[in-house]
Design a protein around this ligand. Structure first.
Ligand SMILES: [Zn+2]
Length: 221
């Protein structure tokens, strides 16, 4: 799951969550140190602000104004924490593109003027752009692309491909071996299905070969 929202953290702290939601969030907190720290910060904030909020609420009740300002102060802190969480998630995502072992799948956009732009995990690419994939140091590999629309296809390992007009997330995986007994397309379909159709959630195909992967978002030009 993605990082816990501020609202969900708030509701967790005041014990307002239904059990399944609570369990889901606890599982995420167990795995995500950033969200654990955010939760800790929320607890500290809540403790520090409780007397202020109570005082402000009392004043507001006296003057019929709402205790808005203090709530905003909490939201600003929470917003910063959430932004940090996003950065952390981004980093974790890019770490997974380097595969156990040394191989990495690199993607570059080939521009009309001959220049090349490296694609970073999660980058936005556009229909009609030419992209070249390569695995430095690997001589034999298979490239398979999985997209958010459920399409699974092979990409050529030589030359470049032109992005079609499909929209959404696309993951490309390099399988670093040449074994005719491994059905890469079938493995990719199964992995996409197991990830609920979301190629961002596919980390590996699980075939008995090293893999390297990168994903990006595809948009209309
Ligand atoms: Zn998190």
């Amino acid at each position: 799951m993605s990082c816990v929202s501020n609202l969900a953290l708030d509701r967790l702290l005041v014990d307002e969550l239904a059990l399944p939601e609570r369990a889901r969030i606890e599982r995420h907190l167990a795995a995500c140190s950033t969200c654990r720290e955010r939760k800790g910060a929320f607890v500290v904030e809540a403790r520090a602000l409780a007397p202020l909020l109570a005082a402000e609420a009392a004043r507001a009740a006296a003057s019929h104004r709402s205790p808005r300002r203090s709530v905003w102060a909490v939201s600003v802190v929470a917003g910063l924490a959430a932004a940090m969480c996003l950065v952390m998630v981004e980093r974790q995502a890019s770490d997974t593109t380097r595969v156990k072992g040394s191989a990495a799948l690199e993607a570059v956009v080939l521009r009309g003027d001959g220049s090349q732009i490296s694609v970073l995990p999660g980058d936005t690419l556009h229909a009609g752009e030419r992209v070249q994939f390569r695995v430095p140091g690997a001589s034999t590999y298979t490239l398979v692309a999985l997209d958010e629309n459920g399409a699974v296809s092979r990409y050529p390992t030589a030359g470049s491909i032109e992005l079609d007009s499909a929209i959404g997330a696309e993951r490309v995986i390099a399988v670093l071996c040449d074994r005719p007994d491994i059905d890469v397309l079938a493995a990719a379909r199964a992995a996409l299905h197991a990830a609920g159709g979301d190629p961002r959630r596919v980390e590996r195909l699980g075939v008995p070969c090293p893999e390297a992967t990168i994903w990006f978002e595809q948009r209309p030009r």
